[in-house]
Design a protein around this ligand. Structure first.
Ligand code: AMP
Length: 183
């Protein structure tokens, strides 16, 4: 099963994907986490990615897609995965289609978690990650609106999107996701 988590930065995609990973025993694939790790260990990918991640811009598609492709082709992800943070724009969505087609796999469902922007900013400032300063957060929200949100139409036309109200407790949001997956 391939589940795609969509929604603006800070809506809780990563937290929910972690819970889902534990419950369903399907690995969580977070490009943000992979990039932060690459930056920390100063790998060649990390060295390229740092300036983008720290300023809230999208890392070049080729860099991120290579990470995703390598993961999806590996044995660890053979039974599916929860994709979180990828795709982030229409060309990544096309590349993902291409990778999945070659593997004979499909996205089952796209979970769109929605939280009002002002709540997101408040939550992210509390989270306090290095790229969670107010300016960078605002920029990431603009990038989301312009580049990522249009993917809701792309997957919506395929009848795959389920929108969930994320302005609630972690537990209650997870309950709604469980309902969607068992439906
Ligand atoms: P996230 O943890 O998903 O909020 O991602 C943190 C940062 O990593 C983003 O602001 C981007 O700079 C970078 N990033 C994560 N996923 C992608 C992606 N699919 N394409 C480009 N950049 C990404």
């Amino acid at each position: 099963m391939i589940v795609l988590m969509l929604g603006a930065p800070g809506v809780g995609k990563g937290t929910q994907a972690d819970l889902l990973q534990k419950e369903k025993n399907i690995p969580h694939l977070s490009t943000g986490a992979m990039l932060r790790n690459a930056i920390e260990i100063q790998s060649p990918t990390g060295i390229i990615a740092a300036e983008y991640v720290n300023s809230g811009r999208l890392v070049p598609d080729s860099v991120v897609t290579a990470l995703v492709k390598e993961s999806l082709e590996s044995e660890a992800f053979a039974n599916g995965c929860i994709l979180d943070g990828y795709p982030r724009n229409s060309s990544q969505a096309t590349e993902l289609d291409d990778i999945l087609q070659k593997l004979g796999r499909k996205i089952q469902v796209v979970i769109n978690i929605f939280v009002p922007e002002e709540t997101i900013v408040k939550r992210m400032l509390e989270r306090g990650r290095k790229d969670d300063t107010e300016d960078v957060i605002r920029h990431r929200l603009v990038v989301y609106r312009n580049e990522t949100a249009p993917l809701l139409d792309y997957y919506g036309q395929q009848g795959k999107v389920v929108t969930i109200d994320g302005d609630n407790t972690v537990h209650s949001v997870f309950g709604k996701i469980q309902d969607v997956l068992s439906a």
